[in-house]
Design a protein around this ligand. Structure first.
Ligand code: HEC
Length: 378
C-alpha cells in the first residue's frame, strides 16, 4: 500500500497541481474507463489511445489497477518499469505482481539478467518469483538450486521458492533420491519437503533427510509448523542468556557481546519463520557485513572471525569469543571468505522444543520503538 501512495503523492505534487495536467489526467482516465468497457480492443492500432493508457499507467505505478491494466491490454512495453518495481522492493506484493506479468510476457531472459545485475536483491527476487509461481518461474528457479556458482543464500532461496510448487517439490525429491542435493541445502530442502501437503512426499523424504534435532535427539517439525506455536517470552529471554548461549555473540540493548548483529530490534526485521531459519540454518542467509573469514599469517597462525575493518595496511578480525585481533597486511599469507556463518549450526541441540519456541517468542518482542508519535504532535 504505502509504496504506491508515495508514488501517487509524488506525481500529485509534480503534475497535478498544474491545471493543464489535471485536465489531461482526467481525460486519460476517461479514455481508460471507456476502453475497459469495450470488448476486443487492440491498442496497437490506435496510438492515441495507447498513449493515453500509458500516461494513465505512469500516474498509478505499483497500484493493483496498474497491473490489471497492463495485463488486460498486454502492454509488453512496460517491461522495464515492471522490472524496476520488482528490483526496488522484492519483499512487497507489487514485486510479485510485476514478476507474474513479466513471466506471462515471457521475459525470462530479462528476469535472469536482473538476478545477475542485482546480487544483493537476488534472494528476495527469487522468493518473489516463487510466489509469482507457475512453470515458467520453475524454469528459472530449478537450475539455480544446483548452480555451484551461486551463493548459498541464492541456492537456498531458490530451493524454498521451487518448493512452493508441487511439481517443484517432486524435483527437489528427485535431487534428494539421486543424492545430487548439495550438503548445505539439506536443512532447506528437508524443511520444505517435511512441510509438504502430500503425505507421500513427507514419507519419502524421511528415508533420506532429517530435520535438525533439538535436545535429546528429538527431530523438530518444519519451520512453517514451528511458527504457529506460541511460547513464553520471559522464559525465552532466559534461554537467550543461558542455555542458548546467544548473548555470547549478540547484544540486546546494553547486554551481551557483539560478534554477530545487535538483535535489539530483530523482531521488526525478521518474520517468525525467518527467525527460526536464522537459528536452525545460519549460513543460509548470512547478514551483510557479517561474512566470516579465515586469515592465515605468514607464520602460520590461523584465525576465523568476522571482518571488523579492512584498510590498505591492516585488517581486523573479530573472533567468536568477541576478541578483536588486528593484523598487518604484510604479515598475512591469505584471507579466505567462508561460505558458512560464524554462528554455530546446531545451537538447537541444547534446547528442548519448548525452549526454542520460547526463545523465538522472546526475539519477536524485540521491536523498534514506535516512531512518528512525537512529530505528529504540533
Ligand atoms: C559464535 C557466535 C554466535 C552465537 C553463539 C550465536 N550467533 Fe546468531 N549470529 C552470529 C553471527 C556472526 C551472525 C551474522 C551472520 C549470519 O547472519 O549468519 C548471526 C546472525 C543471527 C541472526 C540474524 C540477524 C540478522 O540481522 O539478520 C539471528 C536472528 C541470530 N543470529 C540469533 C541467534 C540466537 C537466537 C542465538 C542463540 C540460540 C545465536 N544467534 C547465537 C553469531 C552467533
Amino acid at each position: 500500500m504505502v509504496e504506491w501512495v508515495v508514488c501517487v503523492a509524488a506525481v500529485v505534487v509534480s503534475f497535478e497541481d498544474r491545471p493543464a495536467d489535471v485536465v489531461q489526467a482526467a481525460k486519460d482516465r476517461r479514455v481508460v474507463e471507456t476502453l475497459l468497457r469495450l470488448k476486443g480492443v487492440k491498442l496497437n492500432t490506435k496510438p492515441q489511445w495507447k498513449a493515453a493508457v500509458r500516461r494513465h499507467l505512469h500516474r498509478i505505478v505499483g497500484q493493483p489497477k496498474y497491473f490489471d491494466l497492463i495485463e488486460r491490454f498486454a502492454l509488453r512495453e512496460e517491461t522495464p518499469q515492471l522490472l524496476d518495481l520488482a528490483v526496488a522492493f522484492p519483499a512487497r506484493s507489487s514485486a510479485v505482481s510485476a514478476l507474474r506479468l513479466l513471466l506471462k510476457f515471457e521475459r525470462q531472459a530479462e528476469i535472469r539478467r536482473a538476478l545477475k545485475d542485482h546480487p544483493g536483491k537476488a534472494a528476495g527476487l527469487i522468493a518473489a518469483l516463487g510466489l509469482a509461481g507457475g512453470r515458467s518461474a520453475l524454469e528459472i528457479l530449478q537450475p539455480l538450486v544446483v548452480d555451484r556458482e551461486q551463493s548459498l543464500a541464492v541456492r537456498s532461496a531458490a530451493a524454498r521458492a521451487v518448493g512452493r510448487n508441487l511439481q517443484g517439490q517432486q524435483s527437489l525429491l528427485t535431487l534428494v533420491r539421486e543424492q545430487k542435493l548439495p550438503r548445505d541445502l539439506h536443512f532447506t530442502v528437508a524443511d520444505v519437503l517435511f512441510g509438504s501437503p502430500i503425505a507421500a512426499v513427507r514419507s519419502e523424504v524421511a528415508r533420506y533427510l532429517k530435520m535438525p534435532a533439538a535436545a535429546k535427539g528429538k527431530a523438530l517439525p518444519p519451520v512453517a509448523q514451528l511458527a504457529k506455536r506460541r511460547g513464553n517470552a520471559a522464559r525465552g529471554e532466559r534461554v537467550f542468556n543461558m542455555q542458548g548461549t546467544c548473548a555470547k555473540c549478540h547484544k540486546v540493548r546494553d547486554a551481551g557481546k557483539e560478534v554477530g548483529p545487535d538483535l535489539s530490534e530483530i523482531g521488526s526485521k525478521l518474520s517468525t519463520e525467518a527467525l527460526y531459519v536464522s537459528i536452525l540454518d545460519p549460513s543460509a542467509g548470512i547478514s551483510h557485513n557479517y561474512e566470516s573469514y579465515i586469515v592465515v599469517t605468514v607464520e602460520g597462525t590461523v584465525l576465523t572471525g568476522v571482518k571488523v575493518s579492512d584498510s590498505a595496511t591492516q585488517i581486523t578480525i573479530k573472533t567468536a569469543e568477541a576478541v578483536e585481533r588486528p593484523f598487518s597486511k604484510l604479515d598475512l599469507e591469505d584471507v579466505i571468505k567462508q561460505p558458512t556463518s560464524l554462528m554455530p549450526e546446531d545451537l538447537q541441540k541444547n534446547l528442548s522444543l519448548d525452549e526454542l519456541v520460547d526463545l523465538v517468542e522472546y526475539l519477536e518482542t524485540l521491536k523498534k520503538p514506535p516512531t512518528g508519535i512525537k512529530s505528529a504532535k504540533p
